[in-house]
Design a binder for this molecule. Structure first.
Ligand code: ZN
Length: 357
C-alpha cells in the first residue's frame, strides 16, 4: 500500500505533517478518510489538557470515509462503502464493555480513535490522516452518498445529542428541555430533542456564542439566552412559566453550569452532565438540592450505536444539517483548523469545523 499523509501531534501544540507507511494487517481493514470533524477533544489533546493521553498521536475522532481495503471477512462492508466510524472501539470482553460503558480498557490509555498513540500498531488511529485503520471491533455505520463529507461529519455530534438529550433522560413528547451550551453538541441536543417531540427547548450561551444562538433560534429553539448579559432563571420562568423537565449541561469547561442545571430543573427532573470541568473541583456545592428536589443526575460520555443509526437517518432527511458545519480546512492546515475549533481565530460565524481530504 502507498505512503499515507498524516498530521501527527508529536507533543502538545506541535502538529507535524508526516508520511507514514500503511503497514499490512491481517485483520480489519483501511478507511480512506473523506472528512474529519473537530471538537473539544482535539483542542484538549492539542493544548495538552488531557494528562491521560500518550503522545505522539494522530488526533481526529469524528471520521467519515470509504472502506478502501479489507484484510479479511470480519467486516460486513464492501470496499467503497461510505461510513462513519464510532470513536470508541469495544472489545466486548473487558469489564467496561460488559457494563456497556464507553471506556473500553483493552488498549491504553483509551481504546478509541483519536486517543491511541501512533506507537500502537498499525499506527493510523486518528482522522487527521489519509487512511484510518479499521479495527475488526470498530463500529461502522453506512451513510448516504448524497451529502458532502463535511456535512456527514455532523453525524457524530448528532449521535451524542440524541444520546444525551433523548435516550439518557428518557425524554417524553411534550416535555421541556433546557440545554446549557450552544456548541455543536448543544445544537445537536436541540435537533434531537425536537425530533423526539419536546414541547419546549431553551438553549444558553455566552456573548461570543451569538452566531450559534442565532442559529439555534432559526433551528426552532423557543428561547435563547446570552448568560453574560441576561438572567437565565428569569428568562426561563418568563418564557416557559415553569421549570424544565430536563437540563443538559454541554458547556465548555464551565463548573458554574452544574449549579445552574440543579437550580433550574423542576423537582423530580433529570440533569444530564455531558461536559467535564478540566479536573477542577466544584466549590460551594450543596448536594442537598439533589436530595430535596429528588433529582436524577446522570453523567454522559459518548454516544450509543442506536443513536448513530438515528443520526445517519437524519442526515438523509434533515437538510438543516448543511448549516451545522461552518468551517472547512485541508489536511495541511489542520493546525489552523484546531485553532479555529478553539475559537482562537474568532467566533464570528463559527458553528463547527471539519478537515476535508
Ligand atoms: Zn472492552
Amino acid at each position: 500500500m502507498k505512503d499515507v499523509k498524516a498530521m501527527v501531534l508529536v507533543e502538545p501544540r506541535r502538529l507535524s505533517a508526516t508520511t507514514l507507511p500503511a503497514r499490512s494487517v491481517t485483520s480489519g481493514g483501511w478507511l480512506a478518510v473523506e472528512a474529519t470533524g473537530l471538537s473539544g477533544a482535539e483542542v484538549q489533546a492539542w493544548r495538552g489538557d488531557r494528562p491521560d493521553l500518550v503522545y505522539p498521536l494522530i488526533p481526529g475522532q469524528q471520521v467519515v470515509g470509504r472502506v478502501a481495503d479489507l484484510a479479511d471477512l470480519s467486516l460486513p462492508y464492501e470496499v467503497g462503502t461510505r461510513v462513519v466510524v464510532e470513536p470508541v472501539i469495544r472489545c466486548g470482553r473487558c469489564s467496561s464493555c460488559r457494563s456497556r460503558l464507553h471506556t473500553c480498557t483493552l488498549r491504553r490509555p483509551f481504546n478509541a480513535y483519536g486517543a491511541l498513540p501512533s506507537t500502537e500498531p498499525p499506527g493510523l488511529w486518528g482522522g487527521l490522516a489519509e487512511l484510518l485503520y479499521i479495527d475488526p471491533r470498530a463500529r461502522l455505520h453506512p451513510v448516504t452518498d448524497d451529502v458532502p463529507a463535511e456535512v456527514a461529519t455532523f453525524v457524530h455530534p448528532l449521535a451524542s445529542g440524541y444520546t444525551w438529550a433523548v435516550q439518557l433522560p428518557k425524554l417524553q413528547p411534550g416535555e421541556s428541555v433546557l440545554i446549557l451550551g450552544p456548541g455543536p453538541r448543544g445544537l445537536a441536543c436541540l435537533l434531537a430533542a425536537q425530533a423526539a417531540g419536546a414541547g419546549w427547548i431553551g438553549i444558553t450561551g455566552l456573548d461570543v456564542d451569538r452566531d450559534r444562538l442565532d442559529l439555534a433560534a432559526r433551528l426552532g429553539a423557543h428561547l435563547t439566552v446570552d448568560v453574560t448579559t441576561r438572567d437565565v432563571g428569569r428568562e426561563v420562568a418568563d418564557e416557559l412559566g415553569r421549570r424544565p423537565d430536563v437540563v443538559v449541561d454541554v458547556t465548555s469547561d464551565d463548573p458554574e453550569a452544574i449549579h445552574t442545571a440543579l437550580d433550574l430543573v423542576r423537582p423530580g427532573g433529570r440533569v444530564i452532565l455531558a461536559s467535564t470541568k478540566g479536573g477542577r473541583p466544584l466549590l460551594q456545592f450543596w448536594s442537598d438540592v439533589i436530595v430535596g428536589k429528588q433529582l436524577s443526575v446522570i453523567g454522559a460520555l459518548g454516544a450509543t450505536s442506536e443513536a448513530y443509526d438515528w443520526a445517519c437517518r437524519q442526515l438523509e432527511c434533515d437538510p438543516r444539517l448543511d448549516d451545522l458545519v461552518s468551517h472547512q480546512f485541508p489536511l495541511d492546515e489542520a493546525n489552523r483548523a484546531i485553532q479555529a475549533t478553539a475559537g482562537m481565530l474568532g467566533h464570528e460565524e463559527l458553528i463547527s469545523v471539519a478537515v476535508t481530504f
